[in-house]
Design a protein. Structure first.
Length: 533
């Protein structure tokens, strides 16, 4: 018998059809993955189950949870169901948590709202579930706040909140998208373990087939608000019948064709770089301590070369990146670009800074939404002594937009008028417009759908051919780094523990930490092997 039964569910918002006859089911103890690109209707299906739909929504069809018709359940009754019978884990844990309340209070909140037990027992229950998700009270007191935890630890708190009352159904909406590979593997193992222990159903929403290929019992593929294919995981991946499913599978394992790197000519040199942060005093008259985030890192990036930098959250990648960009001073060592120091003493060398640009992870958050594209992508012009004006400025804008696959007339639009992939193309156009010596890509594709990610990676390969790009590609996604870099650096606890040609490092890793990263990365199964099995 099904725990969750969705039959012919349709949803429209202000006469715009979002879901079109969606049907799926989840049984107790079953993991069902719903996959598809952004806009396919995955999250709206989950919100329909929770009855957290926006205003002016109209639904039809049938949606039942353990026999209860949710479409005809009023709000007070739904408040009693949410948290007790169904829990939800959201994609971004920092926005799902209250920054001014302790983690213990937030896990207790679900229990107290439902009056499931008195406060003393609720606190004990909060400690139990936090311990179950890997946050024992002796190391992670209930008095901690979300900002004192890492991304993976915050996601564990959100999971603890969702399972505090042992719901029959758990919905996980992209719970691992922003996490590094080892943390992602831990969260996926945790979710699988909870399903086994509690016998609850799990509806897992993701855009990446590789994430659920070894986890889900069944897969539901959605596109444009419709279910285009569904089936048992092994059977579906062995024989993908719908072209869209095959496209998603191909995009998840997409490899690009990079041009050959030119002869070595040093451009960026990092020599024994050290970056310390001051820690607060532990006592009134004691000296403050220091935390060493980057510990004597050295490497060379050649002109026209594509270099990858991988490692878990907290390993020092972002700190090193900020130092290269001249945004933070070093306490030891030196960084030079084309022979010139990035720092003059402890101050950034602006003459060098203008030779570098960066593309950030969030393509929407890196732009001012009040400005048009022509102003946004010409922001780097302020670094130039004589920025182009008039016709020359318009030609530079048109050339940059055309180079990234957009149209010159897009210059007059606002950023909200573009999709996520188009916004990232605009971010790359902004980085290219002054022809920098070096571009730093900081998790530039981790927030994108697999098909859009494949397009952006192909764009990078095309730009390498057209502009002889030199870039440092920082990412926790090993499959991406493997396909868009010539060499790779592996960083752990502020140190480079392994480096070498990308394919050699991935094929035969020498350091145990590198092997652990590769082992933790999700891998798509071979359909031919699945057919034989």
């Amino acid at each position: 018998m099904s725990l969750l039964e969705i039959s012919n569910l349709s949803l429209s918002i202000r006469d715009f059809e979002v879901l079109k006859g969606v049907s799926l089911s989840v049984a107790p103890g079953e993991i069902v993955a719903v996959t598809g690109e952004s806009g396919s209707g995955k999250s709206m299906t989950a919100l329909a189950v929770m009855q957290l739909l926006p205003e002016h929504s109209r639904t039809s069809g049938r949606l039942t949870l353990d026999g209860t018709d949710l479409l005809n359940t009023n709000e007070p009754a739904m408040c009693a169901i949410r948290g007790r019978s169904v829990g939800m884990v959201f994609q971004e844990p920092m926005t799902a948590l209250n920054p001014v309340r302790t983690i213990g209070d937030q896990v207790m909140e679900t229990i107290l709202i439902h009056k499931a037990m008195p406060p003393d027992q609720a606190r004990q229950r909060a400690a139990e579930v936090l311990d179950r998700v890997g946050l024992p009270a002796d190391r992670f007191p209930l008095s901690r706040y979300p900002h004192e935890l890492s991304g993976g630890q915050r996601q564990r708190v959100v999971i603890a909140m969702a399972i505090a009352l042992q719901p029959k159904l758990l919905i996980a909406d992209e719970p691992t998208t922003a996490l590094d590979v080892t943390t992602q593997a831990q969260i996926l193992d945790l979710l699988k373990g909870l399903v086994r222990e509690m016998g609850m159903g799990l509806l897992m929403i993701t855009h990446d087939l590789a994430v659920v290929a070894d986890m889900a019992d069944r897969i539901v593929v959605m596109r444009h608000g419709e279910v285009v294919e569904t089936g048992a995981t092994r059977a579906l991946l062995a024989d993908m019948k719908h072209p869209y499913t095959r496209m998603l599978f191909a995009a998840s394992g997409h490899r690009v064709d990079l041009p050959a790197a030119p002869a070595p000519e040093p451009l960026l040199r990092v020599d024994k770089a050290v970056r310390d942060y001051r820690l607060p005093r532990t006592r009134l008259f004691t000296a403050p301590g220091h935390f060493r985030a980057v510990k004597g890192v050295s490497f060379t990036l050649n002109r026209g070369e594509r270099l990858g930098l991988v490692g878990e959250s907290g390993c020092g990648k972002s700190t090193l990146t900020r130092a290269i960009l001249g945004l933070e001073p070093l306490q030891g060592g030196a960084i030079t670009l084309d022979g010139e120091p990035v720092f003059s003493g402890t101050r950034p060398n602006l003459a060098v800074r203008r030779k570098m640009q960066v593309v950030f992870q969030d393509p929407f958050g890196s732009f001012n939404p009040r400005h048009r594209v022509d102003r946004l992508i010409t922001e780097p012009f302020h670094l130039l002594d004589n920025p182009p004006t008039g016709t020359a400025r318009a030609e530079a804008i048109a050339e940059a937009l055309t180079a990234v696959g957009l149209k010159p007339e897009d210059a007059g639009k606002y950023i909200h008028q573009f999709s996520g992939g188009q916004r990232q193309r605009i971010a790359i156009a902004r980085a290219l417009i002054i022809r920098p010596e070096l571009i730093l890509f900081d998790e530039a594709v981790s927030a994108l759908d697999v098909s859009v990610r494949a397009q952006i990676l192909d764009l990078l390969a095309d730009l390498c051919r057209a502009y002889n790009l030199t870039y440092l590609f920082i990412s926790h996604d090993l499959s991406v780094v493997r396909t868009v870099t010539d060499r790779v650096l592996v960083m752990q606890a502020g140190e480079i523990v392994e480096q070498g040609e990308t394919e050699a490092v991935f094929s035969a890793p020498q350091h145990p930490y590198t092997r652990s990263l590769i082992d933790a990365a999700p891998v798509l199964p071979d359909p031919a092997a699945l057919k034989k099995a």
